[in-house]
Unconditional design. Sequence first.
Length: 242
Amino acid sequence: MTTLLATERIKLFTTRSPWWSAFLALGLTIGFAGLVALNHNGGPLRVEHSQFGIQFGLMVVTVMAALAITTEYRFATIRATFQAVPNRTSALLAKTTVVAVLAAVIGEVAAFGSWATVKVIDGGGPELAITTGADWRMVAGAGLVFGIAAVIAVAVGTLVRQSAGAISILLIWPLLVENLVQLIPGAGDDIHNWMPFTVAGRFLNGPGPDAPLSAWGSLFYFAAVAAVLLLAAITAVNKRDA
């Protein structure tokens, strides 16, 4: 497994897309945090103001994670991978692990970088101090959400096998579908409460009084969704031709 992880790390970092994606995710996240700080006029800046751009960085990272697998299908290098590693489950798990770790690192750097940027702009107000468990979850928890979202992205990319299709799903689902389900008469709000990225947001920002899960329960639910999708991807990889 160590050799597989090293191989996937080399494959990932010898392409340009992870580097560009990392820079773009950090630039968008930290940049939006800076803009919020510079244009904020409604009282003291707080920790939550520094995390305004996290959603943008998360979307970029999910695209990066999907491309890590769909480009292998596009250029047929996945065939060479499976020939070298007959155990397709191990190969996919190694790739998923490497991509998820990179996504988690990007999430941590983006969250703390955004917080530091706002703190510098604000001059270090006491409201920006990370003191409570909710504050730490909001900032340090970004890496966990990014990492789990990357697992979902790799799973979707594996199931779809096409970059355009996988990216469309990963962008349209959290940005559009999860909000539109609220329009379903009667059951819309209940369905929305269990949408995975909505639930992940409640882990970072707090569940609220009407949420069905606690903050950490929300994270475990998000991870469970990722695990189910990854299991489906592993099953598909082992049943169909590369």
